[in-house]
Ligand binder design. Sequence first.
Ligand code: TRP
Ligand code: ZN
Length: 886
Amino acid sequence: MRDASPQAIHLKDYKPTAFLIKSTHLTIDLGEENTRVTSTLEIVRNCSEDAPEDKNLCLHSGGLCLDAISLDGKELGEADYELTSDSLSVRDVPESFSLVTTTTIKPQENTTLEGLYKSQKMFCTQCEAEGFRNITFYLDRPDVMSEFTTKIIGDKTRYPVLLSNGNLIGEGDLENGRHWKEWHDPFKKPCYLFAMVAGDLSVVRDSFTTMSGRNVRLEIFVEKKDLDKCDHAMRSLKNAMKWDEEVYGREYDLDIFMIVAVDDFNMGAMENKGLNIFNTSCVLAKPEVTTDLAFQRVEAVVAHEYFHNWSGNRVTCRDWFQLSLKEGFTVFRDAEFSADMGSPVVKRIEDVTLLRTAQFAEDAGPMSHPVQPSSFIEISNFYTLTIYEKGAEVVRMIYNLLGKELFRQGSDLYFSRHDGQAVTINEFTAAMEEVSGRDLTQFKRWYTQAGTPSLMVSDHYDVESETYSLIVKQSLPETPDGLEKLPQHIPLAIGLIGSDGEINTELKGSDAGAVDHHVLEVTEAEQRFEFNGVTEKPVPSLLRNFSAPIRLHYDYSRDDLMRLIQNDTDGFVRWDAMQQLGEQVIDELVVSYPNTSSVEIDSRLIEACRAILNDTSMDSAMAAHLLSLPSEASLSEKASLVKVDAIHAARSLVRQNIATALQHELEATYQRLDQTLAYEPSAEQIALRSLKNVVLGYLSLLPADKHLDRCISQYHSANNMTDTLAALSAVVNSEHSGASEQAGILLDSFYQRFANEALAVDQWLAIQAGCQKQGALNSVMQLMQHDCFEMTNPNKLRSVIGVFCNQNLVNFHHADGSGYEFLADQIMTLNAQNPQIAARLLTPLTRWRKYDDCRQQHMISQLQRIKALPNLSKDVYEVVSKSLPT
Ligand code: TRP
Ligand code: ZN
């Protein structure tokens, strides 16, 4: 909340602090009314050359009250300090001293879920990025690293479990049924990695022996009813620990590693040192209530947070402009881990789909920013797809440029040289440069230039000389920062496909000889690459395995695409060619909408689908992806003007056509895959279920009764949540005459069965909020009145509001503007209650530039309505003010 317009903070203004905090002793006395936090800080002057020579010590405060303050044992008077809503300045402090402050907070009233708060009956914390200042007065920035000791006091019956970072060093009982535990973390850390938890929790225990033979206790704390949902997370944790030893040579460092599951959490999970805190949705899993997708997400998030112990905790960020140093690198690490646990090409396709739809859209929108932003108003708004996913792509490009061995040498050097330090992205690239001898100067523009680069590729074949040329033009979009863009260093992996498959060719100027795979290093605005010994005009296979996060344009004919789909050895390009074919076919219908009946659907798309269905040797997950047309979100991202209704109608029509033309093959495939297996979340089984359910989705579009019956029967016979939900979703979205009634019956039965499983209820809400049929907004508003809905629980908000506004495009973007007004209403409620979530949910409204005039007007007026709200949070203010027209 604010008085004047919030101000931006700039990377160029970075200065170290004048003081350092050698040690931090906290006593947190938990109460139902008041929680008292006493902090004892051993403070010394920062002697580093570039540190300012301030006389006063200025600590951050998140609106805290000050009950008492003393310096070296002497109580301070009002003349000795100044307290404002966001700071506590202590005047004329000595070079080295001890400062004790006491404050009183009310975690039970904290709905922002930042700092210390209550999730259900449990106390827990979320300090990244700047939540610690809501707990006590501190230098709340990541370059101030301190040794923490934490004593927690609480009621023994309500809170038998009291946890904090590091090792338990003491415990005891107190009068009035209270008790205490004291924890000490031997590793210096910034306060954003601080955590504490108090509650009546059950625990699942296991252990892991590290590569040097140390025994680590592993503990997952959950509510008692969830004890049967921890096995998958525990298995994933042990796999991740082993993987980090094998692939990065990184061992865990404390004797205990704890995970706590909480219901109310703004994000997926948090890597607090030795005490990770997880959203229940990212840790709990069991077959009856958890989908395959959620099983995979648990594995990935558990690994992600664990990997942060090195990439983030042992080596941390100097300031929040360096956020991608830990997040981009850690996402790259968890993606490679997931690839190793399952199918690498399928994982790649999934990640690229997210990047291309959501990150490209972010890069093209008003909040566009580089992987290393140069300014922000509220850092919470910068936990973005650009920082995480594009940041991971940038690390992946370095990995591919250096090769596996040199990359490992580079990461070894980075971790050993900077262990215990808070550093910048430049330290990471410098280590990579040093071990490889490569100059990454131009490459580093990936970190500082916003926007998605485009490559225009054209080609020329000369029969006489048997040479083939690729002409590559690079262009960089304008972005809100208005900065002039310079050419980037883009690794473009390619192959050439002849009529019989791949051809070996020699790249002029390279000494690799005649090979079937080349990595072209595009560094200039325009460049020509020549290949010799090319005996026929090839079709280029471009951007293999998505070698760079760019938009690639090449004018493929449909026959070219068919050749890639049939012959390319690069699974990613095969899938991408299929997506492009689908997109071309859908676009033809979009153009002629609403007169679509005159358009004939290209039989090549049907034939490509038929071939996939008939090829029983193909990996099923790959087949499922090949058969899935580009989503409405991805089609919208590619369009410069989004024709909401035309895209929806065109895509549905193509799906309908595929289903009708291939009914026989689809039925045969369904029958082949419809077998009851003892559920396992293994890559093999997940692949089979994903294909089966894509096929079920197509079949459900057909009019005969038996197709609706098939869905209903799958719903009843399923032994796992993936099959249950796929069937339910097919019925809920079915246009079949009997479908609405059946949908009502199944939805009721689902709720009856799973009412006590919060995560299953979230899925139940999401299916209804995502229903593509007319009137979805009404059911969304009704769902928000349902007993199970809680406005204070982010998972519920994401399942209803998030799904409706991001995945139910045809209803959210209704031309009458009702979807926009609904979203603005919710943001205005959430602004004060939970600013982080409010700002995040706001995203779809900020993309107004892509819609027709009428929708633009509606969206802009809702943004203006939000902007006029008194007491706008920094979070919402930043997003609204940056997205309104200037
Ligand atoms: N560091 C966390 C992660 O990516 C992100 C995170 C968790 C977070 N909770 C948050 C970021 C709250 C901002 C606010 O693993
Ligand atoms: Zn992370």
